[in-house]
Design a protein around this ligand. Structure first.
Ligand SMILES: CC(=O)N[C@H]1[C@@H](OP(=O)(O)OP(=O)(O)OC[C@H]2O[C@@H](n3ccc(=O)[nH]c3=O)[C@H](O)[C@@H]2O)O[C@H](CO)[C@@H](O)[C@@H]1O[C@H](C)C(=O)N[C@@H](C)C(=O)N[C@H](CCC(=O)O)C(=O)O
Ligand SMILES: Nc1ncnc2c1ncn2[C@@H]1O[C@H](COP(=O)(O)OP(=O)(O)OP(=O)(O)O)[C@@H](O)[C@H]1O
Length: 519
């Protein structure tokens, strides 16, 4: 334990000498504690990990680390007091795995919307350049040939998992890793000690203000990714240190002032290091000309949504300018990303209108998604979405109002209400839609059951319309109360389309709202 701590900047406040205990692993949840582990007690939002020290010891923890005063602790195993348990957890996990990030080039991607897409674009470009790359993103972690499911709801895994994935990548001989870093992940030190070489921001708009308290605090959490660039240690393979900033985003001035080291900007204007012109969007995707430093080349992406131009420019900045990847590999990598599950994913059972499932769950993403589908149709847009319980409350109003302005018909429904009242969430949203000009029963509808809502949207569709279900994307469950029910918007959309078309073999997934047991 002492050897491990000596490799980290963690300061132990307990006056006794650090015990020479061999630890077999680190755990932060007493329920997962195992013989020989170090238990890190985290002060949480709902409870406090210190309360579970007895259970962790019972399950086999041989050392405990926490922030409560050592003077008040009396346990049969050593207790180490530190100032910041999450910071200590991250560094100790990195040390336990031999600081895997130091052996690789690490690219971090943060932002409100577009992280997964940009992470995947960078990953594909690295592969096209012949580099051995891995990736940790919302949808999965890819380590060589292995694809690991990172869970339903957490995008950036906990620090011990991040370090374990990185160690697996190093062992598999990978040289590059792309990490999606959420604001929660950054604020909770899940990616601290990841030795970032390149930091990329997509945009910083409105999201998670419930957790962070204010836009400024949310932005500060995202900015940590750029601060990490300053602390990355020299690597044998060199440090391609670079900050990649979106000059056309509201975060730009703040981040530009903060970043003192090398940086590049991207955007649509020619005053950027990387910029785009001659953008064309059709059903086949996006085509445009990229200017990157001294180079100019055409690019085609099968992705739908003009906001993806920004995601692609961010990926070009990180790879071509940051890592010296050539433009052919950039073009091949961008072309290789055909789509991401649940992002502008088309569901086609032969109907005469477009049916789409998208993951937009912020006001900005919803706006961009609806603007995109407007370009794909001369018909009407029927938008179906809700807003999660126990998460940012302010965005409910903003999203409903945005849809009232941009869609022809808005159907408001359940989206992970958790322990909040679904009825109250919908009341707030309907009110905001009406204030923005929608008419209840005519252009805005309240349908608590998500399957019914999708069914209604599909039934209302006329030839040439777009029916778009937003907010759940690739996700595989929906939370009512404290129970996760299996749910997939894509299955629900297929079932609703099949009903309309008279096809058999498709079933609407069950949700508790279907029998009125949860409203
Ligand atoms: C809101 C939030 O960020 N919650 C995180 C937070 O939980 P918390 O503070 O409520 O923890 P707590 O329940 O009070 O427990 C405190 C400590 O006691 C421990 N405990 C608890 C019970 C017990 O019996 N034994 C025990 O040891 C817990 O493991 C924890 O270490 O600390 C936990 C431990 O680090 C995280 O797992 C948990 O993430 C939960 C799973 C979560 O839902 N997070 C979401 C909001 C999240 O992180 N999302 C982001 C953003 C996604 C996006 O941008 O779209 C993400 O990166 O996925
Ligand atoms: N650059 C962008 N600007 C605005 N909206 C975007 C952008 N890129 C993607 N989106 C929208 O955001 C949705 C989610 O995209 P993506 O998964 O790439 O973002 P994310 O930041 O990883 O989201 P999350 O943090 O929730 O995992 C997409 O379905 C699309 O509607």
């Amino acid at each position: 334990m002492g050897d491990l701590l000596a490799q980290t900047p963690v300061e132990v406040l307990t006056p006794e000498p650090i015990p020479q205990v061999w630890i077999r692993g680190i755990c932060m949840d007493s329920r997962d504690a195992f013989p020989g582990c170090l238990f890190v007690a985290l002060p949480g939002i709902t409870t406090d990990g210190h309360r579970f020290i007895p259970q962790a010891i019972q399950n086999g923890a041989v050392v405990v680390l926490g922030t409560q005063s050592y003077a008040t602790q009396s346990w049969p195993v050593p207790y180490l007091q530190v100032r910041d348990a999450r910071f200590a957890l991250a560094y100790l996990a990195a040390a336990l795995y031999g600081f895997p990030a130091r052996a690789m080039t690490i690219i971090g991607v943060t932002g409100t919307d577009g992280k997964t897409t940009t992470t995947n674009l960078i990953y594909q470009i690295l592969l096209a350049a012949g580099l051995k790359a891995g990736m940790i993103s919302t949808v999965n972690a890819v380590i060589g040939d292995q694809v690991l499911d990172t869970g339903f709801h957490v995008t950036t895994p906990e620090a011990p998992d991040v370090q374990r994935y990185l160690a697996q990548m190093r062992e598999a001989g990978l040289t590059h890793a792309v990490l999606e870093a959420t604001s929660h992940g950054l604020a909770q030190d899940r990616v601290t000690a990841c030795e970032f070489d390149i930091a990329v921001v997509t945009n910083i708009t409105h999201e998670h203000l419930d957790y962070h308290g204010s836009y400024e605090a949310y932005r500060a959490a995202k900015a940590r990714l750029f601060q990490f660039l300053e602390t990355t240690l020299p690597k044998a393979q060199g440090n391609p240190r670079l900050a990649v900033l979106n000059r056309e985003d509201v975060s730009y001035t703040f981040l530009n002032d903060l970043v003192k080291g090398p940086k590049v900007t991207y955007g649509l204007q020619p005053d950027n290091n990387v910029w785009a012109e001659a953008i064309r969007q059709d059903a086949e995707g996006l085509t445009f000309v990229v200017h990157a430093g001294e180079q100019t080349f055409p690019i085609h992406s099968p992705l739908v949504g003009d906001y993806n131009v920004y995601n692609i420019l961010a990926a070009v900045s990180a790879t071509l300018l940051g890592l010296g990847v050539d433009s052919e590999a950039v073009r091949a990598g961008v072309a290789a990303l055909k789509g991401i599950p649940g992002r502008m994913e088309r569901i086609d059972l032969g109907q005469d209108f477009l049916a789409i499932v998208d993951f937009a769950h912020t006001p900005n993403a919803l706006k961009r998604a609806l603007q995109t589908v407007r370009q794909l149709t001369r018909g009407r847009i029927i938008a179906i979405f809700g807003s999660a319980g126990l998460r940012d409350r302010e965005k409910r109003r903003l999203m409903a109002a945005e849809s009232a302005r941009l869609a022809d018909i808005t159907i408001l429904t359940a989206e992970d209400p958790r322990t909040e009242s679904l009825e109250e969430i919908l009341n707030v949203m309907v009110r905001a839609a009406v204030q923005a000009g929608a008419v209840e029963g005519k252009t805005v509808f309240r349908v608590p059951d998500r399957g019914e809502a999708i069914r209604l949207g599909v039934q209302m569709a006329r030839p040439g319309d777009v029916v778009i279900a937003l907010g759940k994307g690739h996700e595989q469950s929906m939370c009512f109360g404290t129970v996760e029910y299996p749910w997939d918007d894509r299955l629900a959309m297929r079932a609703a389309l099949a009903e309309r078309l008279g096809l058999t073999g498709y079933t609407m997934p069950y949700l508790p709202t279907q029998d009125g047991s949860f409203s």
